[in-house]
Design a protein around this ligand. Sequence first.
Ligand code: FPP
Length: 244
Amino acid sequence: MNYKELILQIDKSKMPKHIAIIMDGNGRWAELHNTKRINGHKKGVETVRRIVETSVEIGLEYLTVYAFSTENWKRAKPEVNYLLKLIIDSLVKEIDELIKNNVSVRFLGRKENLSKNYNKKVIETCKRSWNNTGLHLNAAMNYGGRQELTDAFNDIFAEMKSGKISENEINEEIINSHLYTANMPDPDLIIRTSGEERLSNFLIWQSAYSEFWFTQTLWPDFSREEFIRAILDFQKRKRRYGAR
Ligand code: FPP
């Protein structure tokens, strides 16, 4: 089935609201093509573009991509620097096109470790898109799920101390509202490429009832057709949320 035919198979009444993606395999793609790792990342950006375009086309509400984890700082310095620059440069380069397509963009993650200038540029650029009502695109950047929860607990504790919330008031809703994903639906579907089958500290609270979809395909080779196939597969699943 070609792309157009696949899109027609989507059951609009069962659309996932939020898809999150662990984009893995850029390094292995580069190795396979006898080129430097950074060329794998560069190619990976083309896939991000393709998947964002498709998400807009099918009317997806939320797409979150894992761009840079808190663990990624352990990589060789030149690769880290390249990734940081690639991510901000891609945002700046694409923002007009994203705005034209009614996309609003946010970066989810810790600001510390990133320079003041970097954070400023991210906010200034993203802000331009915040009136948009179409796809909500999140880039998880300097993101870690445990760090997100730690930040939430610290914020809640500070608010408790100041009397904004009381001691016995803590519940799931309060915790949700202190996460980077406050006011967003949990991911219905989490996709991971490159054959690895783990969560790697991604949206650990929010993924409690997510469906998982894994593929051997390396991220630079991930096609819009395969993305639609993942959605079609998701639509065949029975989600019970613990009930019978
Ligand atoms: C995983 O491949 C990929 C990453 C750590 C970075 C993903 C980032 C991009 C594609 C950059 C663009 C993002 C945005 C939002 C513009 P890997 O290096 O872990 O691959 P390997 O496991 O094969 O070594």
